[in-house]
Write a protein that binds this ligand. Sequence first.
Ligand code: NBP
Length: 478
Amino acid sequence: QKSDFGLIGLAVMGQNLVLNVESRGFQVSVFNRTTATTDEFIAKHPGKKLVGAKTLEEFVQSLATPRKIQIMVKSNAVKDSDRDAVDAVIEQLIPLLEKDDIVIDGGNSYYLTTERRDKYLAEKGLRFIGAGVSGGEEGARKGPSIMPGGPASTWEVMKPIFESISAKVDGEPCVIHIGTGGAGHYVKMIHNGIEYGDMQLICEAYNIFKAAGFTTDEMAKVFNDWNEGDMQSYLIQITGKALEQKDPETGKSIVELIVDKAGQKGTGQWTLLNAAENAVVISTINAAVEARILSSKKKARVAASKELTGPTVNITTEKAELVKKVHDALYASKVISYAQGLDLIKTMGEAKNWGLDLGRIASIWRGGCIIRARFLNKITDAYRENAELSNLMLAPFFKDLLSKTQQNWREIVSLATLNGIPVPAFSASLGYYDSYRAERLPANLLQAQRDFFGAHTYERTDKPEGEFFHTEWPEVIG
Ligand code: NBP
């Protein structure tokens, strides 16, 4: 009997996905460059509907047509000229495949490489899907959030398998056809950018509590409580659990023993570059990426801490009150982070003609993925009520939420600033909110400056839009 599905790349993600697909009643063929890994994997799972192939030829021959082959190997091509393991596997597969066979890249590929592969495989008469898969190891095994891009007709063929292996929320599978070409990997990239924002915001809340003298156990309780309320999310949940964790040797909090230098793999930076190219403001995500960069300069920070002065921390706010205020600052900032990320998706979707449905995209992030959160229901509702929403902040629920939380949000940004506690993402979020709602910004003066030194011209408030003026400014000597 031929297999329903094939997977290449038996590392953490691949193995878990295979077990997930198999557990839904499909027979799965597997192949890995290093054969020993395949043998070990098959030996570890006796009695399952798995076919371990030693060669790629054997693997391809074991699959029912049209073949459905998912690649889960390391992906790191970014520039147009880069070729990575995904390309290597595709090149090896091409001579073995037949017209209409489907190749799926489920790795974290850069969306432009996905577009390149989509065209390339189409020229060869093959079908390609670039699918973002979120949820890490556990998601892959039990049900990830899947963001597939490519032709709608190819999605229809893959739909039964993708829907059965994905996470489910209220009975709805956390997978939809995102759009053509690189749309799936693009949306996964922005998902990761939003994840950066969420994580940094949580860290800023923690840092304020720490400065205010909370113990890690007290902080764990705050996050555990928040996970029962409107801010329930996977990241809040794991934060509470992480803060509870003690080092078995010393009995100290593990979190407090961890060096404060953050790593990153690049999806956050790609998001920033893409936002700049599209002229979309994602200041919260930007602040989050930059916070990781600054954290990594540990030596420079230690040296500067002895040179550059700041205020003495003195937080007198009563603990319960501080918790409430930080809750509001975090919730409001999180809304801004999503508003910005969704604005970028919307802008890019329109430029690329992807026909994206922001409400449905938010709905598939409700389960399986790292940013899964209760409030994504509200985002889904907001776009279901008004698909043309220009910015999430303007949806009635979020408008009201920002209005109700803003006093506490402002107080927390002020409190942190006065105490010299860095809150780059909280304050970037608030700055965005205040700029976005400003009828008039100081850009009139900026235009005057530009016209002064560069004769760039300006429009006038008392003249029709589109008419440009120039002033003969006085000469400045010296
Ligand atoms: P890795 O990203 O660590 O990749 C290891 C796999 O790639 C192994 O099967 C390895 O085969 C294979 N491989 C390499 Br490396 N070079 C190859 C080549 N030239 N030809 C054929 N195979 C090659 O695995 P992973 O962590 O499971 O991630 C897989 C994909 O999923 C990546 O794109 C990753 O970014 C993405 N992803 C990962 C996570 C996560 O939580 N880990 C979450 C979401 C998405 P070998 O055994 O012969 O060395």
